[in-house]
Design a binder for this molecule. Sequence first.
Ligand SMILES: [Zn+2]
Length: 170
Amino acid sequence: MSVSKIEVYPAAVLKRVASEVTEINGATQTLITNMVDTMKSAGGVGLAAPQVNVSKRVIVMEFSHYDERMQGLIVMINPEIVYAEGGMYQEEGCLSVPDFRAAIERSALVYARGIDGQGKIVEIEGRGIVAICLQHEIDHLNGVLFIDRLSEGQSSFFRKAKKIRKIKTT
Ligand SMILES: [Zn+2]
């Protein structure tokens, strides 16, 4: 297992737009292995490369603990949302924003395309947790965190929550 430290808000790498992967090489494979190990050890369903301090367009996802029909690891390099429709609110959290969860507005159905670790095109159509995760992880590649999508009221709650936490630790 090669587990990395997960970058936590407000780390600068989380605000940066990640760069496209132009070649799948040994470094890409090492990054993917490391991201998968880190995601599993943290008990997450998805992870984006900027969360392990690598500003590259790579995401990994694993949904089997949500739904046993969705076995297997999903690796997407340079993923993009090709099509999205509908809307939903569902609570989500992020390994880079510990101890905070909130319901965010997301598209209900997402169709995404990218390249897997072997250089093959992967296409995923997902609803529910899959749709949320795709949007959440691709946001990370654009320097966007779910807390950037909070409503005004949620946002002031988040600021207060952070303040309380800071007071407790100093
Ligand atoms: Zn996240």
